[in-house]
Design a protein around this ligand. Structure first.
Ligand SMILES: C[S@@+](CC[C@H](N)C(=O)[O-])C[C@H]1O[C@@H](n2cnc3c(N)ncnc32)[C@H](O)[C@@H]1O
Length: 196
């Protein structure tokens, strides 16, 4: 997809300045929660070594570097967005996670802003949840971020029955297993564990 010169400039600025700690992005509250509360906990906990981040965009391009001490995989369906993935990038749909990872091997899967942003059909969503459950290690962490708005949530959360395979997990920094991070876009983070 072609980008306007202004957007290209913004992306170039972000790519080059973030290395020096200069952040030119405009961030919503949910992004701040993800980066300032969720990521530090993942980096603090030595159990979280093998991490899959699904869905890449220009504003996530520095995530692989943040997680350089970990085995950080990125996965994105669109070839165009591959430029924002890391060295361990997979171009494929998250419905096919099982074709890239062995069962019980991932310590963390982050599916943030993908449900309702391309992953919109119920069978595809259920398939993805099932693949995530299969590939997560016992006690692995699943972070599901979505916007609870009619325009961005094609189904009610109760209809995503694949989530029932997981156990809600109280994520220590947020003291909750469900966290509404931004009242404007109703972005929610749900935290789950795969039972041993
Ligand atoms: C809103 S963007 C960025 C999401 C990013 N994970 C974040 O934290 O903001 C959503 C991305 O998900 C990707 N996507 C949509 N459906 C997908 C699927 N089935 N498998 C992998 N990526 C998908 C889209 O191509 C798009 O780049």
């Amino acid at each position: 997809m072609s980008q306007s010169p202004l957007k290209q400039l913004r992306i170039l600025a972000h790519r080059n300045l973030i290395k020096f700690g200069i952040d030119v992005r405009k961030k919503r509250k949910d992004r701040i929660v993800l980066e300032k509360q969720v990521f530090p906990e993942l980096l603090r906990n030595p159990n979280y070594q093998s991490i899959l981040f699904v869905g890449c965009a220009w504003y996530t391009l520095h995530y692989p570097d943040l997680f350089r001490s970990r085995k950080f995989f990125t996965m994105e369906i669109s070839q165009d967005e591959a430029q924002y993935g890391g060295d361990r990038h997979i171009i494929d749909s998250c419905e096919k996670i099982d074709q890239h990872f062995q069962p019980n091997t991932l310590d963390v899967v982050i599916l943030n802003g993908v449900y309702g942003f391309g992953l919109n059909e119920l069978p595809a969503i259920q398939n993805t949840l099932s693949q995530i459950h299969q590939t997560l290690a016992p006690s692995g962490l699943f972070i599901f971020g979505w916007n609870d708005l009619p325009t961005t949530a094609p189904y009610r959360i109760e209809e995503l029955t694949g989530l029932n395979a997981f156990t809600p997990y109280v994520f220590p920094p947020l003291q909750s297993s469900v966290y509404e991070s931004d009242p404007k876009n109703r972005h929610r983070f749900h935290f789950y564990r795969k039972e041993c």
